[in-house]
Write a protein that binds this ligand. Structure first.
Ligand SMILES: Nc1ncnc2c1ncn2[C@@H]1O[C@H](COP(=O)(O)OP(=O)(O)OP(=O)(O)O)[C@@H](O)[C@H]1O
Ligand SMILES: [Mg+2]
Length: 222
């Protein structure tokens, strides 16, 4: 009897150890993905972005004398704006340069202002947030906000980030069409949010019901 108990304890110890190893591996993979995104973002900006900047300038010069080129200039300018947006969303340098609060404010402005959606972005932090947690919060907020924009048909979206002692809490709330949390077919977005949160020991919950909006909460220790 005692032997079985000892064996069980040993098995449990090994399982715990494996779980810690897996979590460390997951963290490394997410961190690598961030560096790869930063690299791609720079390449987009410095490669296609620079070429389009050159092309736009040339077309602008030509269009000022020959109006039939105006449409080509407009198209080149739209392509340039798209590349810039993609590059910024892929790796928002504002997060590194200015920190989490300005980065989240920028994200909301960038996503919602042109769409005419009412939003509130209320952020109360007590100091600088370590990079690991800042990236986690930013990426979860980004996917939640893009989802709200793409799927919810909400007219009001709220982002709250607050720090209580050593715990950060992010709430993203929309008043849109909601969904059935248990039966929804998850895309890459939602699965990534859950995997990322679990890799960094954070808790992520979705509260949503059809026609009753969506409320996403992330809590993470600092
Ligand atoms: N805020 C929301 N309001 C309404 N429905 C939502 C909301 N967020 C998610 N959903 C539903 O959950 C589904 C899964 O979301 P998820 O982010 O995983 O996938 P996706 O946005 O469709 O694709 P992607 O993998 O590009 O993110 C969505 O297709 C949508 O039906
Ligand atoms: Mg999504």
């Amino acid at each position: 009897m005692e032997r079985i108990q000892l064996q069980q304890e040993e098995l449990k110890r090994r399982l715990d150890e494996e779980q810690i190893n897996l979590r460390e591996l997951a963290r490394r993979l997410w961190t690598q993905q961030e560096s790869e995104k930063a690299r791609l973002s720079r390449e987009l900006h410095d490669g296609v972005g620079q070429l389009l900047t050159g092309l736009t300038r040339r077309l602008q010069g030509i269009a000022s004398n020959q109006p039939e080129f105006t449409e080509l200039y407009d198209i080149a300018e739209m392509a340039l704006a798209d590349v810039r947006q993609l590059s910024r969303m892929m790796s928002p340098t504002i997060l590194d340069d200015l920190g989490l609060k300005p980065a989240l404010k920028w994200l909301c402005r960038n996503l919602f202002e042109a769409e005419g959606i009412q939003y509130a972005c209320d952020i109360n932090l007590k100091g600088d947030i370590p990079k690991v947690q800042a990236i986690l919060v930013f990426r979860i907020a980004q996917e939640a906000l893009v989802n709200a924009l793409k799927h919810s048909r909400a007219d009001t979206i709220t982002v709250n980030l607050a720090q209580h002692h050593q715990v950060l809490r992010l709430d993203v709330i929309d008043n849109g069409v909601g969904f059935d949390v248990e039966n929804i077919e998850r895309g890459i977005g939602m699965s990534s949010m859950l995997d990322r949160a679990s890799a960094f020991d954070a808790e992520l919950t979705f509260q949503a019901r059809p026609q009753q909006g969506t409320h996403i909460t992330l809590t993470v220790a600092l």
